[in-house]
Design a protein around this ligand. Structure first.
Ligand code: SF4
Length: 160
């Protein structure tokens, strides 16, 4: 992932707005935890990955830059036991201890427990989740033209 230079006018205000949505999302899912298998950060295992708007991706890129750049290979997560890792498509932000290295800036989709085991999280009213999605899309639309069109996170990471 390349180090970003996002000079969009008002970008800090957009980031602040997005972080406000993230706080609301975290509050909505408060009290629910996961077994931290890290499988959801291995897109090839779940066959699922977050869809991310431009502004969400820009915030991730800023967090990577603030961390001093992308995780070095030696600090990245290894394949899970019994898996050669070839098909895991691990997120490059997943570190060797199984933690997200950009946790505070992780995209909306990483906060909403799309994991099949997330039975409790699915009790959160869909309408409330959609309201947050709409707010993010509105912020993204003010970031770049077409910014309200979410893209597959893994694809964006490959592009850098
Ligand atoms: S950004 Fe963090 S939580 Fe999201 S897939 Fe990557 S490592 Fe996992």
């Amino acid at each position: 992932m390349r180090r970003p230079r996002d000079d969009t006018p008002g970008i800090e205000a957009l980031f602040a707005e997005l972080e406000g949505v993230y706080r609301d999302a975290d509050a909505l899912f408060a009290g629910w935890t996961c077994p931290a298998s890290t499988e959801c950060c291995r897109f090839g295992i779940t066959g699922l990955e977050p869809y991310v708007t431009s502004i969400e991706f820009a915030l991730v890129q800023r967090a990577v830059a603030r961390n001093g750049g992308p995780l070095q290979a030696a600090r990245r997560a290894l394949p899970l036991d019994g898996n050669q890792g070839l098909q895991e498509r691990r997120c490059p932000m997943l570190d060797a201890s199984g933690r997200c290295s950009v946790y505070a800036a992780r995209p909306f989709g990483c906060r909403t427990f799309f994991c099949a085991r997330a039975i409790e999280a699915r009790k959160v009213p869909h309408k409330r989740v959609l309201e947050l999605v709409r707010r993010i899309e509105q912020i993204a639309a003010r970031h770049v033209d077409g910014g309200d069109q979410p893209h597959r996170f893994g694809k964006l990471l490959e592009r850098g």
